[in-house]
Write a protein that binds this ligand. Structure first.
Ligand code: ADP
Ligand code: MG
Ligand code: MG
Length: 213
């Protein structure tokens, strides 16, 4: 059972890589408005390395914890930049939360999402309204946990959470950045969404579509 979940984790990371590659240029353009323009290439470098590390671990029959910790380490190492460090630590945290068990239930998914979110807020120290990926991440986590608590199955809870993340990411257009590189160019950023929030929403949507298929 644990090797099966390791293979699922590697397949999910391959989907994450594909959606980042599809949107690489768009994410770069968005980051160039008030940041340094490298969000697309940074995400791609990180996720390329993460998906490759995950695939190698999964092929060797590793547990989901080992697949995700190897992926997160590769992501941080290869991405460079703020978002790479945050994504890498979050993927590692989700892997450690899942551990190496014989079987998994809905509450394990809740633990993984909670750990993923906490890693990003603890490392980046951004809060709601700072105009970062956290503005998409917190609504994602809240919608996921609320749906699971209400008895909704994991795939449907994920679908609801992905919608919440994408809506919240679009709404960051209204915010001025208070954290990260975009802060000095805050006025330029008004009217445009935060790149890290947009990439998170795209990734959440892709994972949800994949899990539901
Ligand atoms: P860099 O800013 O180092 O060039 P990227 O361009 O890859 O890195 O990522 C920028 C994104 O990182 C921002 O759009 C924002 O969503 C996210 N970000 C920046 N600082 C923080 C932070 N302290 N906490 C959470 N997310 C952050
Ligand atoms: Mg950047
Ligand atoms: Mg940069």
């Amino acid at each position: 059972a644990s090797a099966h979940l390791g293979r699922l984790a590697a397949a999910v990371l391959a989907q994450v890589r594909d959606v980042v590659v599809e949107h690489e240029e768009e994410l770069g353009r968005l980051d160039a408005i008030a940041g340094d323009g490298d969000h697309g290439i940074g995400m791609r470098r990180g996720v390329d390395a993460a998906a490759a590390a995950a695939e190698a671990m999964a092929a060797a029959g590793s547990s989901v914890a080992r697949v995700l910790t190897a992926a997160g380490e590769a992501w941080s190492e290869r991405a460079g930049g703020t978002s790479g460090a945050l994504w890498g630590s979050a993927v590692i945290a989700a892997g450690l939360a899942l551990g190496n068990r014989a079987s998994y239930r809905g509450e394990d998914a809740a633990d993984a999402v909670t750990a993923f979110t906490a890693a990003i807020t603890e490392l980046g120290k951004a809060g709601p309204g700072d105009k970062t990926m956290v503005d998409a991440l917190l609504p994602f986590r809240d919608a996921f946990l609320r749906n699971l608590d209400g008895g909704t199955q994991v795939a449907k809870s994920l679908a609801a959470a992905a919608v919440a993340a994408q809506e919240a990411a679009e709404k960051t257009s209204e915010l001025r950045p208070l954290k990260g590189r975009a802060r000095p160019l805050a006025e330029k950023s008004l009217g445009h969404p935060d790149p890290g929030a947009i990439s998170f929403g795209l990734i959440a949507q892709r994972i949800s579509t994949y899990i539901d298929s």
